[in-house]
Design a protein around this ligand. Structure first.
Ligand code: F6P
Length: 327
């Protein structure tokens, strides 16, 4: 039988994502509801190694549900990748009497969490918090919906000027190794084509789509380029197109970290709230070493090693639909 949990630590790690604060609030308030002590670990795993830990209560998380970023701050810790670093981190948990951990982050966070929970006697639960949506075991990660809404808002604005000048725009979106943001926002913003890391798409395919658009008198063309695509960075892709079609006026917009900021959408707030409560309840029930996601509106527990294998999840059917509709 697993040890009774009396005290929980919560941290955010990796790239921040809108809705992380809603998840922190849910963990803190659910812990409070079940009369557990709860500690905020500041600056992710690095903060745990450096003992930046403060006890929180229900009032510590007031007015954060609607705020982007993470009040606990975040980091990408190199030291936590070492056994020595993880040992220091564990010792701080023992010293504070923290019995269990909730990790909010993406695949780097869960890789670290997996090693940590295997090496030390500490139950760990993960909440998917990343704009990239590149985790298996959840339809949406916390932050993905908000990031997509930011992108379509920006592309709608770009479309106004593209239309006025008959210009071709290459819009680069985030997704280190994954095209979830590119594919979804490409469809939602009426892009002519998307360039994704998941595809071995030759430049010829892109040329074909561009010519098809031009032949249909479509002059305000938008191409969404995912940062991790295989054709090269957005400047290289745009340069190749310029060399081939010097008659077309083209511009590049890199949306960058704009996509990680802003107030979380309703979907992200609700998802974060549901998953945060579920994490505390799961730990109390003795679960550990899993990420909690939502699939078809139902909670799903996925072991960390399976959650970080995401590639199969991208829905290429959306790409087929995009191509039918972009004519
Ligand atoms: O993992 C989220 C993400 O925003 C990726 O889409 C992007 O490639 C990366 O983080 C950027 O990380 P950083 O802000 O550390 O440069």
């Amino acid at each position: 039988m697993s040890k009774e949990i009396k005290s929980i630590g919560v941290l955010t790690s990796g790239g921040d994502a809108p809705g992380m604060n809603a998840a922190i609030r849910a963990v803190v308030r659910a812990a409070n509801y079940y009369n557990l002590r709860v500690f905020g670990i500041y600056e992710g795993y690095q903060g745990l190694i450096e003992n930046r830990i403060l006890e929180l209560n229900a009032r510590s998380v007031k007015n954060i549900l609607n705020r982007g970023g993470t009040v606990l701050k975040s980091s990408r810790s190199e030291e936590f990748k070492t056994k020595e670093g993880r040992k220091k981190a564990y010792q701080h948990l023992v010293d504070r009497g923290i019995d269990a951990l909730v990790l909010i982050g993406g695949n780097g966070t869960f890789t670290g969490g997996m090693y940590f929970s295997q090496e030390f006697d500490i139950p760990v639960m993960g909440l998917p918090g990343t704009i990239d949506n590149d985790l298996a075991g959840t339809d949406f990660t916390i932050g993905y919906d908000t990031a997509c809404n930011v992108v379509i808002d920006c592309v709608d604005k770009i479309r106004d000027t593209a239309e006025s000048h008959n210009r071709l725009f290459f819009v680069e979106v985030m997704g280190r190794d994954s095209g979830f943001i590119a594919l979804r926002t490409g469809l939602a913003s009426g892009a002519l084509d998307v360039v994704l890391p998941e595809e071995d798409q030759p430049m010829e395919d892109l040329y074909q789509e561009l010519e098809k658009g031009a032949n249909n008198n479509k002059m305000n063309r938008i191409i969404i380029v995912s940062e991790g695509n295989k054709l090269g960075d957005t400047w290289t892709v745009a340069q190749k197109v310029r060399e081939r079609y010097p008659q077309w006026d083209s511009k590049i917009t890199i949306l960058g970290h704009l996509q990680r900021g802003g107030s979380p959408s309703c979907l992200d707030r609700v998802l974060a709230s549901q998953l945060g409560v579920a994490a505390v309840e799961a730990l109390r029930e003795g679960r550990q070493g899993e990420m909690i996601g939502m699939v078809n509106h139902k909670l799903l527990f996925t072991p960390f090693d399976k959650a970080i294998e995401s590639k199969s999840k991208i829905d290429m059917e959306l790409n087929r639909i995009l191509k039918i509709l972009s004519t």
